[in-house]
Structure formats: C-alpha cells, structure tokens
Design a protein around this ligand. Structure first.
Ligand code: ATP
Ligand code: MG
Length: 434
C-alpha cells in the first residue's frame, strides 16, 4: 500500500497503483469503465475486454459497487475521461468486497432520509458533499487552535465526569460512579476559571459537553463540542474582541484550505469572512430594536429572554453577526459579574448569528464574597461548590471568557438546516447508537 498514488496526483506517463472504492461500473460491451474513488477524487479505469487479460477484466467487473480495489497500470491522457486521464490496468486486486445491496447509495443518486444516513454514517461520508462538511469542521478546529495560540493561550483538558453541574440541575445527565451519583459535565466553565487563577492565566479547551436537553430541535444536541476561552486580566469587551478574532480565523482558515470542499458544497463563490466590527447592542437596545420591527406578537420587556422568534427578527434586521451585551443579571448565571453601580445589569454577552446564538460569555465575578452571594441568590448551595469558591480566596485575578458551540459555528457558516449535519454520530432524544 505504501507505494499507492492518490487519484488526484497521477499524470499521463506515470505507472501507478491507485486504490479506493468502486464508485461506478459502466459496461459498454467491448469496453468497460470502472470509476475508482479515493479521498482525493475519482479516476477512470479502462477495461478493453478483447485486448486485456480475461481474468483481470472479470475480477474488475465482477465486484459490486463500493468494494475496495487496488489497480496498477499506466496512466494515459484521455479527453473523454471525467478527469482527463485514465488508468490502463496491468493488474487489479480486490481488497474488500461490498455486498450487492447497500443500505444507502453513496453516489447520492437515490436520496436517503437523515435517520438512514446517520444509521449508516460510514457510507454517508462517502458522499462528497457530506465529507466536505467534516473537512471544513476539521479546518475550523485547526484554525481556532492556531488563533488561540497566537493570542497566548494554553490548551487544557478538564474532567467530563463531575460531582456537581455548572448551571443548576435541570440539564444534567446523572451517572453512577462506583456506587455514588455523579454527572456528565455540562460545561468546563468552573474548571477553566480555576485555571485562569493558576499560573496559566489564559486558556482554551475544545471538548465535549453533555446536556439533557428535553426537546429535539434543529440546533440542540445532547452531546456537543464546545470551544471555551478564559483569560485573566481582561474584561468582557476584550473577551468579545478575542471571540470575533476566533470567528474570523475560522472563516479565513476555511477559505484558505477548503476550496475544494466549498466548491463541492456549491459555496465557493458566496463564502466570505464576515467583515467589519460586529455591532455590540446592549440588551436594552436589542429589545427596542426588536420591538420596533413589529414582527413579534408580544412586546418584549426588561427581563425577558430573547425567544427564537425574537432572535430571528433581530437577526434579519441587523443582517450579520452581532453581540448582545449588558443582560439582566437575573437571566445570566451566578459566575457572571454585575455592574457595581447597577446590580440589575450583568456583564454577560452573547454572540449571535442571524439564525441563532453562537456564544455566551462575560466578565466573571472574581471577588469571593460577591461570588458566594450570587450562588445563594440563584438558589445554589455554595458548600457543594467549595472546590471552586475556595480558590477565589487565594488570589483570583479579574477575568472574562466565553464558550462557542462548534456545531453551531459550522452549521451557520455552511447554512445547514440541521445541527446533526455537522456531527458524525449525533446524540439526541432518539439516537444513542451508532
Ligand atoms: P441555547 O439558549 O441556544 O439553548 P445556551 O444559552 O443554553 O444555548 P450556553 O450555556 O450559553 O448555551 O452554551 C454556550 C454555547 O454552546 C451556546 O451559545 C451554543 O453555541 C452551544 N450550545 C449550548 N448548548 C448546546 C446544545 N445542546 N447543542 C449544541 N450546542 C449547544
Ligand atoms: Mg447562552
């Protein structure tokens, strides 16, 4: 296998071995073609029945679609071949047979419903436009990591099995941990804050989060991947700057490295990096603006969360990414700091895409007394979080941060209708396997 060439890299005059899946067999009588597909593309293999070794021709034409074969031969120019070259084989080896009946048609000619696709993800990813999504997702993660490094972050990994949740009990998945109750973590929030108070100062984590969201929606998963950022000595506005930088880095990375994938998705022309500074509306301004659209049945008043309907109306009105800042303290979690001169208002923010929320973040409460008071106000028992609050007594710098959903970033970037399109093996109310 070491000496195999990628289909995209061979040129006329080469003697090459290519290997991959049988995409299609076209038998025209005296001549037949096998279209072989690997991760770089497809190539035509020409079989001339009267001129070539009979056994070899039989082997090549005897396999079912999606079998894996290896072909060695001369590469020749051929204008009528889809890629302008073809392989004239000297030998054909079958490496793995595929059953004649496939649960899903990887050529995409027969469309499959999402559940069938997810049940057979391996075959589903053989479709170019599905594979393209995951190549882009991979690039997003690479670009984001590189950006974090460029602003001095250390990558961390924190526990996913925890004794207490981050944001109250409702969305927690309980598990049994050697006979004791434990939970799958909803967010690395508290751990990343603890690391800000360590000598690391500025950290990021890309990892799974688990939320027992009751309802199936097109933008919620029960297991998602979160991009978390947290930094000492910055306020919420500086955290928003890093958030914008991360988003642009992701888009830029995709433009630079994923041209073919964008082409496959039919997005090469329209795809662009969001320009200009994202507007930063206070919550109060957001309410006024959304009420002024006249799109809502009920007028929103101070203290209301932005409903999906409100998010859409505001998104359509603004027409691009935007931040909502200065949320009512009561709708943001205990670890978000409130303004000293206006404790009803918090330093929490959200980054919105016109279709949905992408990020939540804020300046954190780093003062011990205020933090503990906040716990009590939200009906949480500070004792349970002693491992966390205690560290705020030993020199916790002012800090801020945020968390992104990777899937929502990819989903909005590629204008996908359902978040499940961006996850290999989604977890939702109906789906626990594969
Ligand atoms: P929403 O209100 O949209 O349910 P949230 O405010 O509960 O989201 P946060 O706790 O703020 O979510 O999490 C930060 C980010 O993580 C969200 O902005 C979103 O991008 C992503 N996220 C949160 N929950 C989920 C989920 N269940 N599935 C996919 N992504 C999620
Ligand atoms: Mg949020």
């Amino acid at each position: 296998m070491d000496n195999r060439s990628f289909t995209a890299n061979v040129s006329p005059g080469d003697e090459a071995t290519v290997a991959g899946w049988v995409h299609e067999i076209r038998d025209l009588g005296g001549i037949a073609f096998v279209i072989l597909r690997d991760r770089t593309g497809k190539i035509q293999v020409k079989l001339e029945k009267d001129e070539m070794d009979g056994e070899m021709v039989e082997t090549a034409l005897g396999v079912h679609r999606e079998s894996v074969i290896s072909v060695t031969g001369d590469v020749e120019a051929e204008d009528r071949a889809p890629t302008g070259v073809e392989v004239v084989p000297e030998s054909v080896e079958v490496l793995a047979e595929a059953d004649p009946e496939l649960p899903l048609d990887p050529s995409g000619k027969v469309e499959a419903e999402l559940p069938t696709r997810l049940d057979n993800r391996t075959l589903d990813l053989r479709k170019e436009e599905v594979k393209a999504i995951f190549e882009i997702r991979s690039e997003v993660l690479r670009a984001v990591r590189e950006y974090f490094r460029s602003v001095g972050c250390t990558e961390i990994n924190t526990p996913k099995i925890v004794a207490t949740g981050t944001e109250g009990g409702t969305e927690l998945f309980p598990i049994t941990y050697f006979g004791e109750e434990a939970f799958m973590n909803q967010s690395p929030q508290l751990f990343k804050q603890l690391m800000v108070g360590s000598g690391l100062e500025r950290v990021f984590e890309i990892g799974p989060i688990f939320r027992a969201e009751e309802h199936n929606t097109p933008r919620h998963l029960n297991e998602a991947t979160m991009i978390d950022f947290e930094s000492a000595f910055v306020d919420h506005h500086e955290a928003m700057d890093v958030c914008e930088g991360t988003l642009r880095a992701a888009y830029e990375g995709v433009i630079e490295s994923c041209e073919a994938a964008l082409e496959t998705l039919g997005m090469a022309e329209e795809f662009s990096v969001p320009q200009g500074e994202f507007p930063r509306l206070t919550y109060e301004e957001a309410l006024e603006r959304v009420n002024a659209t006249g799109e809502l049945d009920d007028v929103l008043v101070w203290g209301d969360d932005l409903s999906t309907e409100a998010e859409h109306a505001l998104g359509a009105d603004i027409g691009g990414h935007y931040f909502v800042t200065d949320w009512p303290a009561e709708v943001k979690p205990f670890y978000i700091q409130d303004y000293d001169d206006d404790p009803e208002v918090s330093k929490g923010f959200d980054l919105m895409h016109p279709r949905m929320e992408l990020v939540s973040g804020g300046q954190r409460e780093h003062r011990y007394e205020e933090l503990v008071a906040g716990f009590e106000e939200q009906g949480l028992d500070p004792e349970q979080f002693d491992y966390y609050t205690k560290m705020f007594r030993y020199g916790m710098p002012p800090h801020a941060g945020w968390a992104y959903g990777v899937e929502r970033l990819v989903m909005t970037m590629l204008d996908l209708p359902n978040i499940r399109e961006t996850v290999l093996f989604p977890r939702d109310r109906q789906r626990l396997s594969p």
